[in-house]
Write a protein that binds this ligand. Structure first.
Ligand SMILES: [Zn+2]
Length: 339
């Protein structure tokens, strides 16, 4: 049976926040490092030390932008009792797995307020490698986010007391040595306004491209990033969808991404009642099951290890996040409040 997602409430400076997360999630962090060491070597044929060496280069590139958040990861590794350089190396996760067709994100405006909905797709062994953090910080907004434990501080969805909320999804499979997406997202969680959020997303050199849907109080934007280019889409209608093909930048429109994009668009467009229950229905939808469905299921056949590992709904008005662990067709949403 899967373990519940740990929910951690902390305050303090970045190192101490990280230390507390590391202590609480020690077992999962150890497991994750063991799994990753074997996986990195078996997929690439290179020893894990090769990636540890490479990760020192991205650490140097990141220091001037994100020293505080690197301290947070140092705190996590110390709290868990693992080697910092090895733990930081888990930032190569996306490059190693190199899988583009993942995650569905939507925005919906209803009479009850603004919502973000998101399905996080990755390999099933990460279902119990997530945590929820409720953070109170001096001089910064309070934050509530759902994150992976590795790559450390890789945020799936976040809402803060400055009215900034976001989710992220894959856009391009290309990589280079650059600032890890995880650090950009962690910093974005602390953003006090839309300008700060975009600044984080578009930092250079970045290690990979991505898409992020952002609510900033009443403004909704979607930012597409490749390694070198960025495009901002201002959303002026009541709903918006993004999967893994660019809507404004150039790039491939794959069958998998288009099927999910069209299905969610069709459900939002045609539903007589648009409310939070519609988002739940969409996130557990099985049209084009199992691989091309919004609610994706791993079938354990070769090449089909990919699954929805969490569904998330951010409710701006009630300042809360609802999280269903694994596939939301099989589990209930649990509520987490920002305050
Ligand atoms: Zn399902």
């Amino acid at each position: 049976m899967k373990n519940e997602i740990p929910s951690i409430e902390v305050n303090g400076d970045n190192y101490n926040v990280g230390y507390k997360i590391g202590q609480r999630c020690k077992k999962q962090i150890w497991q994750l490092l063991e799994i990753s060491k074997k996986k990195y070597s078996s997929i690439t044929g290179k020893p894990f030390e090769y990636f540890v060496h490479r990760s020192k280069k991205i650490l140097n590139l990141s220091h001037k932008h994100y020293k505080n958040y690197i301290d947070e990861i140092k705190g996590m590794s110390d709290g868990a009792g693992v080697n910092f350089n090895e733990y930081f190396t888990l930032n190569f996760e996306d490059e190693i797995e190199d899988f583009l067709y993942k995650c569905t994100t939507l925005f919906l405006k209803t009479k009850a307020g603004l919502y973000l909905g998101h399905n996080e797709d990755w390999t099933t062994d990460f279902i119990d490698k997530l945590y929820v953090l409720k953070l109170k910080q001096k001089g910064k907004p309070n934050v509530l986010f759902l994150s992976y434990l590795g790559p450390p501080q890789f945020i799936i969805a976040s809402i803060n007391s400055a009215g900034i909320a976001f989710t992220a999804n894959s856009l391009y499979a290309s990589h280079r040595l650059g600032v890890p997406e995880a650090l950009m997202l962690r910093s974005m969680a602390d953003a006090a306004n839309i300008k700060e959020a975009i600044k984080d997303l578009t930092i250079k050199p970045r290690g990979m491209g991505m898409n992020s849907m952002i609510i900033a109080k009443h403004k909704i934007i979607d930012v597409e990033n490749s390694l070198n280019n960025s495009a901002v889409i201002e959303v002026n209608k009541d709903w918006f969808v993004h999967t893994n093909h660019p809507l404004k930048l150039k790039g491939k429109h794959t069958k998998n991404s288009l099927l999910r994009f069209n299905r969610v668009s069709e459900m939002l467009e045609n539903s007589p009642k648009r409310d939070i229950n519609l988002i739940k229905k969409i996130l557990s939808d099985h049209k084009h099951y199992p691989f091309h469905s919004v609610c994706r299921h791993a079938t354990n056949k070769k090449g089909e290890k990919w699954s929805t590992i969490a569904s998330i709904i951010i409710d701006m008005k009630k300042e809360r996040m609802l999280v269903a662990q694994g596939n939301s067709c099989q589990s209930d949403f649990k509520e987490y409040k920002l305050n």
